[in-house]
Design a protein around this ligand. Structure first.
Ligand code: NAD
Length: 264
């Protein structure tokens, strides 16, 4: 640790999640807010953080003061944030969703020199749901699987990162890869549903922090497993728990399941 208390830097400090993470850090007696970062030109740049610091406009300015950086921003900002964390030798928690295979490859590369935890969902409930869904998929091999994702209207990526995590859990339970079984969005006249596929239904609107359901549809019955996020503070708490767990670890790529003791 750089100081007496674990120091956390927040990337995306003016966003919905960034503000929730800052509130968690400031409320914890044993944590220090190392700083907050926004994209240049964002109205939050220069705003007071409540601990004598102001929101900075680049990650490098905060990385050298932090033990862990927590990133809830956009996929476009990922390369800059990986570079800042590597240059400062600081751990990185990535909560940003909508990441491509190229983004995942960049995370793998950075994880050779620093500890990185990437999680499309940092809540305890969803990570337990992932384990339950994998189990159900394995035990119900012939049943159709459909995933429902409901979020606030400002969300940009679809299906949500959490919906994709759940789809991957279904595929894993059946010894497949999601790319091989994922069904395309439905619109208009189409062919009958192929057996073994995993479908997604995306709903957007209002202020919902995130509802997910996995429906296993069998002959004459269905099993529905789901989770409702009532408040985005659950993700902020999970991200802060991940930051505490990640600080001081060996370089490598970690998952929320490691933090929560759910990893096989
Ligand atoms: P948001 O739009 O409210 O906030 C994102 C913030 O990042 C914005 O303020 C934006 O200006 C800022 N930003 C963009 N580029 C930046 C840069 N280069 N440097 C610093 N800041 C930059 O969005 P949100 O609702 O807070 O969600 C952020 C991300 O987190 C999304 O990808 C979302 O899907 C994801 N998310 C993940 C979880 C989880 O549990 N992992 C939970 C909720 C949201």
């Amino acid at each position: 640790m750089r100081g007496e208390r674990l120091a956390i830097g927040v990337l995306g400090a003016g966003g919905r999640m960034g503000r929730a993470v800052i509130a968690e850090v400031l409320a914890a007696g044993d944590l220090e807010l190392a700083g907050g970062v926004e994209r240049p030109g964002h109205p939050a740049c220069g705003a007071a953080l409540g601990n004598g610091l102001v929101v900075a406009a680049n990650a490098a300015a905060v990385a050298h003061r932090a033990d862990v950086l927590v990133d809830f921003t956009t996929p476009e900002a990922l390369a800059e944030h990986l570079r800042a964390a590597e240059d400062a030798g600081v751990a990185l928690v990535i909560g940003t969703t909508g990441l491509s295979p190229a983004h995942h490859a960049a995370i793998d590369a950075a994880a050779r020199s620093i500890p990185v935890l990437q999680a499309a969902n940092t809540s305890l409930g969803v990570n337990l749901l992932v384990a339950l869904v994998q189990e159900a998929a394995a035990r119900l091999p012939g049943w159709d699987a459909e995933i429902l994702d409901l979020h606030h209207g400002a969300k940009r990526d679809a299906p949500s990162g959490t919906a994709l995590m759940l789809g991957e859990a279904v595929a894993r339970g059946r010894g497949a890869r999601l790319e091989a079984v994922r069904l395309p969005p439905r619109d208009g006249l189409g062919d009958p549903r192929p057996a073994g596929g995993v479908g997604f239904a995306v709903l957007r609107g209002g202020t919902a922090a995130g509802d997910h359901q996995v429906l296993f549809l069998g002959p004459g019955e269905r099993l529905v497993l789901g989770h409702v996020a009532e408040d985005r503070a659950i993700f902020a708490r999970g991200a802060v728990a991940a930051a505490r767990w990640l600080a001081g670890r060996a370089p490598g790529r970690y998952r929320m399941a490691d933090v929560l003791g759910l990893a096989p």
